[in-house]
Design a protein around this ligand. Structure first.
Ligand code: HAM
Length: 421
């Protein structure tokens, strides 16, 4: 084989892909239940969109962007994240004129040229939500609760929400001055990257995995918030408590993207090791004006699909995710058309029907029905066609029954679970 997938990418197929799709379906059901509507933006955008918002000195912009020039020499980038594109689309489509809050959700691939390891890919997938148009801390709480609902829907109840406020342009600016002074004092103890960060973006020192002992001695942003940011943070904490959402305040939490103001949070799964952040988000009140629009407050989150898949069991709770699935075992070519007609009837009634046209031995077809996880094998041979009935084999119990063509759909309706609960 001469070609292999690029490093840090994955082929999603087979049972893994089926699980992936049902996970996506369950999550989009939750997002829609909160009134969020889907938005799809281009996979690539003008590079400056990310440089201006994610931050010139961020790791994403300095090291990780898949940047290229098109034939006219325009600088484009495969999106490393989707918050800036959603805000760009919001402004470009004039949605601010509608007033009120616009709630969007999205899912799809993102691209970052990072060092691949467990839970970290160069092409990965996010499902996220953005609520644009209000500075009310209640919507920060909605976003945090909504993102937790995703994990609750899969039975995870003990994940941790780590919460912080990173202040606004004003108080963060002042705080960065203090931080720089302190970092100068500790310069000899810092790693090379952090020495540079002291000048370019001192907050990023909190992200460093090596300068742990210095981090603990530094002043935290939480102690330097202005009145407005402090009030926002206190209100948010009070609402979360009232809603019964558990969280831990982590004054050292900074996010790898520069656009955050006030709320910043992550949902972490301690068992995942180095890449333990399942989901990250926060408020980004300065992003719209950075794009040349008016000032529009907004908040959102993105959840990593690969990391969620990693902590889920191989088989999801079946009763909630499956509709009855029939595998048509076709004896010979003459029986194909009858099998297709019956399969169509089942599909119209909402069931899954797969017809095996391979003309392999019955044994091989049955084996394939079993490995693909079908609930029933439906035998269609010459004798069945003459008698106008099929033999059904329950793949789990092995029981066999004969059912007339006429009654096939009603038999499935009585036995089967249709659709997703
Ligand atoms: P982020 O923290 O960069 O935030 O990414 C969010 C999530 O995407 C992470 O918690 C992780 O689960 C997943 N993720 C990130 N990089 C990788 C990777 N290389 N491989 C696998 N999974 C990865 C954002 O992207 C912001 N746009 C979130 C946001 C939305 N803030 C406001 N609205």
């Amino acid at each position: 084989m001469k070609f292999k997938k690029p490093r840090g990418t994955q082929d999603l197929l087979g049972k893994y892909m089926e699980k992936w799709s049902s996970v996506e379906e369950r999550i989009t059901g939750i997002l829609r239940s909160y009134g969020y509507l889907e938005i799809r933006t281009p996979i690539f955008e003008v590079s400056d969109l990310f440089v201006r918002t994610v931050g010139e000195s961020s790791d994403i912009v300095t090291k990780e962007m898949y940047m290229f020039k098109d034939k006219k020499g325009r600088r484009l980038t495969l999106r490393p994240e989707n918050t800036a594109p959603v805000m760009r689309a919001y402004l470009e489509n004039g949605l601010q004129r509608q007033g009120g809050i616009s709630r969007f959700y999205y899912m799809g691939p993102m691209f970052r040229y990072d060092r691949p390891q467990a839970g970290r890919y160069r092409q990965f997938h996010q499902i996220g939500a953005e609520a644009i148009g209000t500075s009310n801390p209640a919507i920060d709480a909605e976003i945090i609760n909504l993102s937790m609902d995703i994990y609750r829907a899969f039975g995870f109840s003990s994940l941790q929400v780590r919460l912080n406020s990173v202040g606004c342009m004003k108080c963060r600016g002042e705080y960065m001055g203090f931080l720089r002074e302190k970092l100068e004092e500790y310069k000899p103890e810092l790693c090379d990257d952090c020495r540079q960060r002291t000048d370019t973006n001192p907050l990023r020192v909190f992200d460093c995995k090596t300068c742990v002992s210095v981090k603990e001695k530094l002043p935290t942003i939480t102690d330097h918030l202005c009145e407005e940011c402090n009030e926002h943070f206190e209100k948010l904490c009070a609402i979360l408590k009232q809603m019964g959402v558990d969280f831990v305040i982590d004054p050292l939490l900074v996010r790898g993207l520069d656009y955050y103001t006030k709320t910043a949070y992550e949902i972490v799964c301690p068992e995942l090791g180095a890449q333990n952040a399942l989901c990250g988000g926060g408020r980004y009140d300065g992003l719209a004006s950075e794009l040349g629009g008016v000032s529009i407050p907004a908040v959102g989150f993105s959840a990593g699909m690969e990391r969620l898949m990693q902590i889920l069991p191989d088989e999801l709770d079946k009763s909630e995710t499956t509709m009855t699935r029939a595998y048509f075992v076709v004896f010979d070519d003459k029986c194909s058309i009858q099998a297709m007609v019956l399969a169509d009837r089942l599909r119209s009634a909402g069931f899954v029907a797969y017809v095996d046209f391979s003309m392999r031995s019955i044994k091989k077809q049955l084996k394939s029905a079993s490995t693909r996880g079908y609930d029933y094998a439906v035998f269609v041979g010459q004798k069945e066609i003459e008698d106008k009935e099929v033999t059904l084999k329950n793949m789990e119990s092995g029981d066999q029954v004969t059912v007339s063509f006429e009654k096939l759909v009603s038999y499935f309706s009585e036995k089967g679970v249709v659709g997703i609960e």
